[in-house]
Ligand binder design. Structure first.
Ligand SMILES: [Zn+2]
Length: 440
């Protein structure tokens, strides 16, 4: 039996008025901060160092008195008392699940969940997949990795809760996955965008057309992808299915998932309190302005986080969605990492956005260099641009390719760049940790 609140809504809270949501958040924050202060030695010390007492908390604006919690802070707390660290807020005996970070940037770090935490997590995933259209009777093949990674078991629990048949496929055995999804009439899958694209490629080699399968619902996560319109359109075309961005992290499961309107993932504002701040000054930025997402758990028991600096740059939109839900959305998903954001004459820009435009233009090599320099001026107009973009021509590149690239950059990114088209193989190549942004 499905436990949905209504035919198109899993939980009553999804359509609460903004006022009701704000009142709920204020109460939940007061409760959670008191719990964190009492239960986490590490946070108790940080609160005290900031001259903050949970008992004095009056409104969410008080949170700004507390420092951000960074990944480095979390690592330090783990080092202090392995394996759980000093930030753990529950008795280790009440831990029911542990997942780990991939360890690409540091030693794999753990996150843990109590029984209540797990139930909450499954319910939030169910809410989000239900908002995308998953229903009782769906056949769900989970193509997320199961070992270590958070996605696989979370998605499995959510679809079971909705009332679907779940096939825990995992992220390997590509040909078997394809045979299985045809044989058992799979209607919904979740995968990383790269695995979803890989499956389509292998299916073609096998002479199978995924568009002829019953899959109509694809949730992608674990890496950026569905937030990029070109990537989403490509996957939707390959599968003949709708693709939904499912943004989360090890520390916050989930963060913001697309609804059926695909108008930017909905934050789960009754689970995490979200701030969007200027990463340099720490000041809150208004809706519509890019900033770093900072999250505070409203009810997590094992590893609660207060003002967690996600490092992800987003734009928040708190206006109601076409789907009727009131929780704020993040149109475009994660726009980039805060460390990578540059400001050119008042316009926020990510190197990845420039890369998109360069790589979409036939006749140019993939390599490029962005040079930020206040003295750069457009030679034709004398207009200061502050940005020079070096690219390389390949093959029979049309002679006006530099102009066309400058036009595309201006139209798509709203900045004027002076484009220099260089001969092939002029720029240095990178095999690891590319550095394509130069500041002068
Ligand atoms: Zn919506």
């Amino acid at each position: 039996m499905t436990k949905a609140f209504s035919a198109n809504q899993w939980d009553e809270r999804e359509t609460w008025s903004r006022d009701r949501l704000a009142a709920f958040q204020a109460d939940a924050l007061a409760r959670q901060l008191a719990y964190v202060e009492a239960s986490s030695a590490w946070y108790r010390a940080r609160f005290a160092a900031a001259g903050f007492r949970a008992a004095d908390f009056r409104s969410p604006s008080d949170l700004a008195r507390l420092p951000l919690t960074t990944k480095q802070d979390y690592l330090a707390a783990l080092e202090a008392a392995p394996p759980w660290g000093t930030a753990l807020a529950c008795d280790p005996a009440s831990i029911r699940r542990v997942h780990f970070s991939s360890g690409t940037t540091s030693r794999p770090t753990p996150d843990a969940w109590t029984a209540d935490d797990l139930a909450r997590w499954a319910d939030l995933y169910a809410r989000a997949t239900y908002s995308q259209g998953a229903r009782e009777g769906d056949v769900f093949q989970c193509l997320f990795s199961y070992p270590w990674f958070v996605g696989g078991l979370g998605a499995t629990a959510a679809f079971e809760r909705i009332g679907c048949a779940v096939i825990p496929g995992g992220s390997g055995d590509t040909e078997r996955q394809i045979e299985t999804l045809f044989a058992y009439g799979t209607t919904a899958i979740m995968a990383t965008p790269s695995f979803a694209a890989h499956l389509a490629e292998v299916a073609q080699r096998m002479g199978r057309d995924l568009r002829a399968s019953k899959v109509r619902h694809i949730g992608v996560g674990g890496e950026p992808g569905a937030g990029v319109p070109a990537t989403r359109a490509r996957l939707e075309d390959l599968w003949g299915a709708r693709v939904y961005d499912c943004y989360g992290s090890l520390e916050f499961q989930p963060i913001a998932w697309d609804c059926a309107a695909q108008a930017g993932g909905h934050l789960m504002e009754d689970f995490a309190f979200a701030e969007v701040i200027d990463p340099d000054t720490g000041a809150a930025v208004p809706d519509g302005t890019p900033g770093m997402l900072v999250l505070t758990h409203l009810d997590k028991q094992a590893f609660p986080l207060v003002r967690w600096a996600t490092g992800d740059v987003v734009v928040r939109d708190s206006r109601p969605c076409a789907c009727g839900r009131t929780h704020a959305r993040l149109p475009g998903g994660v726009l980039g990492r805060a460390d990578d954001m540059i400001v050119v004459r008042g316009v926020n820009l990510f190197p990845t956005a420039v890369e998109d435009v360069v790589r979409a233009m036939p006749g140019l090599a993939d390599e490029y260099r962005i040079i930020l320099d206040d003295s750069v001026r457009d030679p034709a107009t004398g207009f200061p641009t502050g940005i020079r973009l070096q690219v390389e021509a390949v093959g029979e590149a049309p002679p006006d390719i530099g102009h066309r690239l400058a036009d595309a950059i201006r139209t798509k990114l709203l900045v004027r760049a002076v484009v220099e088209v260089l001969p092939p193989m002029t720029l240095d190549r990178f095999t690891h940790k590319a550095k394509r942004l130069v500041k002068r």
